[in-house]
Every structure is written in C-alpha cells, then in structure tokens.
Design a protein around this ligand. Sequence first.
Ligand SMILES: Nc1ncnc2c1ncn2[C@@H]1O[C@H](COP(=O)(O)OP(=O)(O)O)[C@@H](O)[C@H]1O
Ligand SMILES: [Mg+2]
Length: 251
Amino acid sequence: MRSAWASSTVDRPLEAKASGEPMVRLRGVKKSYQTARGELQLFDGLDMEIGAGELVAVVGQSGSGKSTLLHLLGALDRPSSGEIYCASTSVAALNAKEAARFRNERIGYVWQFHYLLPEFTAQENVAMPLMARGTDRAVAMTEADRWLSRVGLEMRATHRPGELSGGEQQRVALARALVTKPRLLLADEPTGDLDATTAEMVFGWIEELHREQGLTSLLVTHNLELAGRCARVLRLERGRLVEASQELRHS
Ligand SMILES: Nc1ncnc2c1ncn2[C@@H]1O[C@H](COP(=O)(O)OP(=O)(O)O)[C@@H](O)[C@H]1O
Ligand SMILES: [Mg+2]
C-alpha cells in the first residue's frame, strides 16, 4: 500500500548541509495566546537562521517565550503566522500525524525534567523512540545499550529512573533524545534542575555529542556562563530575537 507519507516533505532527504541552506529558518513568526484579559502577543515577527552544525544558546527572562520557541521548532505548537523551516520541511504546515513523525525522525528533545517513564529501565526508556517507529525490540534494546555506554552508563542499564542520580537521569534522557539520530537537538533548560558541578558535566556531554553527531543544537539556559560557551547566543526580549553573543563575552 502506498503510504500517506509518500508526498510529504518529511520524506525528502534533508539536504541543508549540501546546499548550504540553513538548518533552521524562521520568517516573520508571530505567536499570540488568547487569555481572559485579551490577546497576549508573545512573538512579534521572529526572523532567524541557524546553520547546520551550530550550537546556539537561547537566553531571555522567564516568560519571554524560550520554551514556546522550542515548541514551535519541534512541531509541538504552531505559530499564529509566519514560516518555520527545518531544512526542507515546513514545520508549521505539518498535520498532527506528520508532526509526530517529524519529531520522531528529526528532533531530539531534552527538558529540564527528564520525563523518563518510572516503571521502565534506563535501557527500555532509551529504546522507546525506536520501538515507537516500529524497530524490532531486540534491535532497539541493543541500540539503547550502545547509547547508554556512549554516555558512560552501561552499568546503569537495568536501573529504573528512581535509582539514578539527577545527572544520570539527564544523561539517559540525552541518550533517548539521540538514539533516533535526529538532526536537530532542542534542549530546554536541561541543566536547570542540577547543581553547578552536575550542570557543567551534563553541558559537557551535550557539547561533545553535538560535535560528534554533527547536530544542530538549540540550548535554552539561564546559566550565562554555559551560554557563553556556545558559539552563538540569541536573546528573546520583547517579542524579538536578538544576537547577544558579543554582549555576553563582555559582561
Ligand atoms: N498555552 C498558553 N496559553 C496562554 N499563555 C501561554 C501559553 N503558553 C505559554 N503562555 C505564556 O507565554 C509566555 C511565554 O511562555 P514560555 O515560552 O514558557 O516562556 P519561558 O520558557 O521563556 O519562560 C508566558 O507569559 C506564558 O504565560
Ligand atoms: Mg521555559
């Protein structure tokens, strides 16, 4: 049977690197929410390009829309207007089914809280995105094991999340995000719930895997020291995105 996906842009190979096109492109992205007090205009026309392989920190005050921005890029939410491209995929144009597949194939997501499933082992948690796409369980579990080893947790494969430290939980979450070999890593305050030393260590893993896996990564963080280690820093303020790399280097 011919798949409903045959004509979807998601099925086309991503050629951003070869063609020199940016991996992420936002054009005039507006986002507003209806609230009891009327319309809250959060984004007033965001324009942004992120090249393949860039590691970009996103900073901004609480409530400035950092999480919303990642949700839009990860097809978890839609803009009110404007265009969002991830390589050749028009993210805002995906229907619900396409968006689910886009997330599974193209996006690795890490949050402040690990959101690992408590009843399952670390290995099962990491294997889950592969099983969701129909990969044979044995193959998925082997791949999960390889990823746990990659983040130094081969001895924790059979632990449940409650039997892991905060830093270990985030490393499992990182392995789960990357087991599907995504192109884009979206990390929303991944070190926000960790002490300074553990935050530094988890950030180190992200940096290393970003380089090794050839990822394009957006990292939301409150930690200006960690943000300053990213080659590029974007600040969300008053509904706009501004380049803030220089300002951080000099502060
Ligand atoms: N579903 C929603 N409905 C109404 N307002 C929302 C919704 N989601 C987020 N907001 C508002 O949008 C603003 C930005 O939220 P968020 O993206 O979570 O900010 P940040 O991650 O920078 O702290 C906040 O003021 C929040 O209250
Ligand atoms: Mg947030």
